[in-house]
Design a protein around this ligand. Structure first.
Ligand code: ASP
Length: 342
C-alpha cells in the first residue's frame, strides 16, 4: 500500500507566489499535483492542509504551536508521516517545540521551507519539499525510518531540536552544530541510522500532545558592559518563571558580586535559570573556569550543548507540566528528546 503523507502549510516563503498582478500570494497546496505532476512518481498519497491564518513565521507564538500539534494529533491515525512547511525565520523554534509536545511520536514529522519562493525558477523549495515528502514516507521493514521531529534543508536532514537558522542568505540556511545529520542527500538518501531516535511510542496508539506551555520564559544574552540595573530590570519582570541565560564560551559570565547576587536572588524566588552558550558550536561546562563554577554554585542549571531555541521550547514544555520544582529541574538537566548530549 502507498504511504500517505499530510503536508501542513503554516506560511513562509516556500508557499509564496506572485499572482498575475505582481502581488505575493500564498500558494494553494491542495493543487499540489497540478503544480508538480512529478510528485505522482513518488508513489505516495499526498494531502495538504493550509493553516488558517497563514503567517510569516516571525509572528509565530506558542498558541500556533498548540494548533499545529493538535492538527497533527487529529490526523495522526490517517497518515504515515507529516511534512510541515514553515517560514525559515523561526522554524527551529517551532520544530524544537514539536519535538517535546508530540510526546509519544512514532511517525516522521519533517519540517522544511525555502529561502526562495516556490514559483521562482531557481527556488530551493521544490527540492526541499520533494525530499521532505520522501523522507516522511520512508520505511524499512514496515517501520518509519525517521520516527522523530526533523528538519530538512538543502540536502541535509537534522534532528529538529538541534538546529539553528545560521544564514539569512545561503540556501543551506540551517545547521546542527552539535549533532550529526540524520541523513545526507545526494544521488540517494543516506540515512545515518545510528543517530536517528527510536520511535517514542507505538504508531498504532493515539498521539499524545502537550498543549499546556508556560510562556513565562525570557532569553537574556550577557555582553561586556551589562549593568546591574539592566540585569536586575530584566530579571524582575512580573510572571517570569525561567531564564535562558546566554553566556560566553563554555558557560562563563562575570564574577562580579552584583552579578551573582542578582542571579541568586532570582533563583531564590523560584525562577529557573538555564545556562547556554552564545557560541553556535560546543557546550557549557560549568566546572572549567571560576566564571562558570560560580554560576553552578548559585544553582544555575547547565544547558550543556543545547541551542537557545531548544532551551526556550523545553522550558515552556517542562514548566507547562507543573511538576514539582525538583522534578522539573531534574528533567531540564537531562535529554528528553535528544536535545542535548549526555
Ligand atoms: N519571513 C519568512 C518567514 O519566516 C522567511 C522565510 O520563510 O524564509 O516566514
Amino acid at each position: 500500500m502507498k504511504p500517505s503523507i499530510l503536508i501542513i502549510y503554516t506560511g513562509g516563503t516556500i508557499g509564496m507566489r506572485t499572482d498575475a498582478s505582481g502581488v505575493l500570494v500564498p500558494f494553494d497546496f491542495s493543487g499540489i499535483y497540478d503544480e508538480f505532476p512529478a510528485l505522482r512518481r513518488l508513489n505516495v498519497n499526498i494531502d495538504a492542509i493550509t493553516m488558517n491564518p497563514i503567517i510569516d513565521s516571525s509572528n509565530v507564538s506558542p498558541e500556533n504551536w498548540c494548533r499545529l500539534a493538535e492538527l497533527i494529533r487529529d490526523n495522526y491515525a490517517s497518515y504515515d508521516g507529516f511534512v510541515v512547511l514553515h517560514g525559515t525565520d523561526t522554524m527551529s523554534y517551532t520544530a524544537s517545540a514539536m519535538s517535546f509536545m508530540l510526546e509519544n511520536l512514532a511517525k516522521p514529522v519533517v519540517f522544511t521551507g525555502s529561502q526562495i519562493p516556490i514559483d521562482v525558477l531557481r527556488t530551493d523549495g521544490r527540492e526541499n519539499l520533494i525530499t521532505a515528502i520522501e523522507i516522511a514516507a520512508a520505511k524499512e521493514n514496515g517501520r518509519a525510518i525517521v520516527p522523530e521531529v526533523s528538519l530538512y534543508f538543502q540536502n541535509q536532514l537534522f534532528r529538529a531540536n538541534r538546529t539553528i537558522k545560521h544564514s539569512a542568505e545561503q540556501l543551506n540556511a540551517f545547521r546542527s552544530f552539535n549533532y550529526p545529520p540524520l541523513a545526507e542527500v545526494g544521488v540517494s538518501i543516506q540515512y545515518n541510522h545510528s543517530f536517528i531516535a527510536e520511535a517514542a511510542g507505538d504508531p498504532n496508539e493515539p498521539l499524545r500532545v502537550a498543549t499546556s506551555l508556560d510562556t513565562g520564559v525570557a532569553v537574556v544574552k550577557i555582553f561586556p558592559g551589562i549593568s546591574p540595573q539592566i540585569l536586575h530590570a530584566m530579571l524582575s519582570i512580573y510572571g517570569l518563571h525561567a531564564v535562558v541565560l546566554e553566556t560566553y564560551g563554555a558557560g562563563n559570565a562575570p564574577t562580579a558580586d552584583w552579578f551573582s547576587d542578582i542571579l541568586r536572588e532570582v533563583i531564590a524566588r523560584g525562577v529557573i535559570v538555564m545556562n547556554v552558550t552564545q557560541c553556535t558550536d560546543g557546550a557549557v561546562a560549568m566546572d572549567i573556569y571560576e566564571t562558570g563554577r560560580r554560576l553552578k554554585e548559585i544553582g544555575v542549571i547547565c544547558g550543556a550543548d543545547s541551542t537557545t531555541e531548544a532551551a526556550v521550547a523545553k522550558l515552556m514544555y517542562i514548566l507547562g507540566r507543573k511538576l514539582p520544582h525538583d522534578e522539573a529541574v531534574e528533567m531540564l538537566r537531562k535529554a528528553i528528546k535528544g536535545e542535548i548530549t549526555e
